[in-house]
Design a protein around this ligand. Structure first.
Ligand SMILES: NC(=O)c1ccc[n+]([C@@H]2O[C@H](COP(=O)([O-])OP(=O)(O)OC[C@H]3O[C@@H](n4cnc5c(N)ncnc54)[C@H](O)[C@@H]3O)[C@@H](O)[C@H]2O)c1
Length: 440
């Protein structure tokens, strides 16, 4: 079989530092979960890096190793966590507050969780109206705050071999790119001038990329999807990727929508509503933060259904997304979808989805995969210097792609892209699913 030339991937030796910005429900579920898996208390369900396999060669060859045995990923035992949070609670208190994992799970790993205490955060209530943090850095300017975060990173980096940063902080208010985001030089001047278009998430991302550390964004904030950040990412070889974890309702949406399109079934309406009672739900109850989330959630259908190519099927679709804060449910979100579709000769049909999910249980394995794959990217010269890692679109509601290129939202195309990237860097033949050779 013809093989490509494998990339020169550096081995995953030594400790991998994971720097988490915002240590709430997703972050504590990630950190506690990794420790529970390390101690054999539970399985890493939902994490492709831990449970997924990859087919190599022909279907007749029966060669399907685990992804983690195929590419050199950091071992869970080598992960060390730190992070920033606007409240001073340690990870045990924060996990109790988040109320995702049950007492038995938390009790067994209590000393470990208590040992992780957040660093003071860069925070400004202007960007997250519903929170009022006390554990925050003071600085003369945004530039000064960025330098403080860089100093935190440098200190942590001296204790580990490599590091990755992931934003699991709150959804900030809706922002649009301005002149300050167009070049790195303009952004650095904006930091000195305290430009209001620079939100805290951008300060963390800037600090990470400046220190050569990859950055992933679990929220829909305007953070690294900016020309200045792409420039910096390429300059320092620090990989970046999309934004807003694709977990509950949007995950299901990006499975169902391609199915309708592949059968040429029309869609006239898609009404999505949620009830959610955790801190995230409280933050999203503010219209300015909700607007950021809404944009991210609404984007997917247009790209998947391509109404410009199929006007008879999708031109007049009515798409609505709602999130309602409802404290009794905590992290256990309920998401309803009413989908109005139409078939042969235009006859209407309806589909109802009621997903009783657990938000952070769905998000934590995605966060783990992202830090491990971003670490792989930073050890792979061929990927590292691309800046944007489009092959990680699989994880995001808003994937990031090169300028002028539309993002790919179809979950199964995203998965094929991810696996083919792994095959490519390991010099394996790509899988196209053509399969004519089986019939020669
Ligand atoms: N859980 C999911 O399924 C899911 C899916 C997609 C996106 N998200 C996003 O992930 C993020 C985290 O979700 P969550 O459920 O853990 O929320 P959460 O409210 O429990 O945790 C976020 C934490 O970030 C902290 N924070 C806010 N601004 C900060 C700053 N500038 N610096 C440091 N800390 C800061 C908050 O105090 C809070 O503790 C949210 O933006 C959410 O919209 C979650």
């Amino acid at each position: 079989m013809s093989k490509e030339k494998a990339a020169q991937i550096q081995p995953a030796e030594g400790k991998l530092g994971v720097m988490v910005v915002g240590m709430g429900a997703v972050a504590t579920t990630l950190i506690a979960g990794v420790e529970a898996v390390r101690r054999n208390l539970a399985k890493p369900i939902g994490a492709l890096t831990q449970m997924g396999t990859i087919r190599l060669g022909k279907r007749t060859e029966n060669n399907t190793p685990l992804i983690k045995d195929f590419v050199p990923l950091a071992s869970l035992d080598d992960i060390v966590f730190t992070g920033w949070e606007i409240f001073p609670e340690d990870m045990y208190e924060a996990a109790q507050h988040a109320n995702v994992l049950d007492r038995d799970h938390l009790q067994t790993i209590k000393p470990f969780l208590e040992s992780i205490k957040p660093m003071p955060a860069v925070f400004d209530q202007h960007y997250v109206k519903r929170l009022n943090g006390t554990h925050v850095k003071q600085g003369k300017s945004k530039c000064d705050l960025a330098q403080q975060v860089r100093a935190d990173i440098q200190q942590f980096k001296s204790k580990v071999e490599r590091a990755v940063m992931i934003w699991t902080g709150s959804t900030e208010i809706f922002l649009e790119p301005t002149a300050v985001h167009q070049t790195l030089a303009a952004f650095e001047k904006g930091l000195v001038d305290d430009d209001p278009s620079i939100a805290p998430s951008q300060i963390y991302a800037y600090a990470a990329l400046k220190e050569g550390i990859p950055f992933a964004n679990g929220a829909p904030n305007l953070t690294v999807d900016l020309p200045c950040m792409i420039e910096l990412s390429k300059q320092t070889g620090a990989p970046i990727c999309g934004k807003d974890f694709k977990t509950g309702q949007t995950f299901i949406k990006t499975v169902l929508a391609p199915a309708f399109k592949s059968r040429m079934l029309g869609v006239s309406g898609w009404y999505s509503t949620n009830i959610l009672g955790n801190r995230d739900g409280e933050v999203l109850d503010d219209p300015e933060s909700f607007k950021t989330k809404e944009e991210s959630k609404l984007g997917v259908l247009d790209y998947i259904l391509q109404p410009e190519l199929y006007p008879d099927l999708y031109k007049d679709i009515y798409h609505k997304v709602r999130i309602n804060y409802y404290p009794p449910r905590g992290d256990n979100k309920e998401g309803w979808d009413n989908i109005d579709i139409f078939g042969w000769l235009g006859y209407p049909m309806q589909i109802k989805v009621d997903f009783l999910c657990r938000d952070s249980i769905l998000a934590a394995p995605l966060a783990l995969d992202l830090v491990l794959f971003l670490d792989l990217a930073q050890r792979t010269p061929e990927l590292k210097h691309l800046g944007i890692q489009e092959w990680l679109s699989f994880y995001f509601k808003s994937p990031q792609s090169a300028e002028g290129l539309y993002p790919e939202h179809d979950l199964f195309i995203q998965l094929m892209k991810l696996k083919n990237t792994l095959r490519h860097i390991q010099g394996e033949e790509l899988i196209t699913h053509l399969g004519l050779e089986y019939y020669d």
